[in-house]
Design a protein around this ligand. Structure first.
Ligand code: FES
Length: 113
């Protein structure tokens, strides 16, 4: 069976935000240790406050595989990875990517395997 070209989408966009928390001295580090918790809490509240829940899925995820680069979130279907550091960065991602449909360029992170 071939993969379908396109399936009906539940959301316009879906955000996966790494909520992994490892012990402080763990050699891999973690998004939790890099300050992810308050950022994701703010993002979730803002999505709800703006009434975006119907069109933006927001899922706290496990490790996304680039731990030392965190805190990391990825937005599909564009597949854009962001590394917000502050609540202001979260606001920029909301304003630009979610509301204005453009990249929040200052928060984009290009990851390499
Ligand atoms: S702990 Fe967040 S990417 Fe691994």
């Amino acid at each position: 069976m071939d993969l379908p070209e396109e399936l009906p989408q539940l959301y316009k966009r879906h955000i996966f935000a790494c909520a992994t928390q490892r012990p402080p001295m763990h050699p891999r580090g973690s998004c939790g240790n890099n300050g992810a918790g308050p950022l994701w809490e703010h993002l979730g509240k803002r999505i709800e406050a703006l009434g975006l829940n119907g069109q933006v899925g927001f899922t706290l995820s496990g490790c996304l595989g680039f731990c030392s680069a965190g805190p990391l979130m990825v937005i599909y279907p564009e597949g854009v990875w962001y590394r917000p550091q502050t609540l202001g960065d979260i606001e920029a991602i909301i304003d630009r990517h979610l509301l204005d449909d453009v990249l929040a360029e200052d928060q984009v992170v290009i990851l390499q395997r």
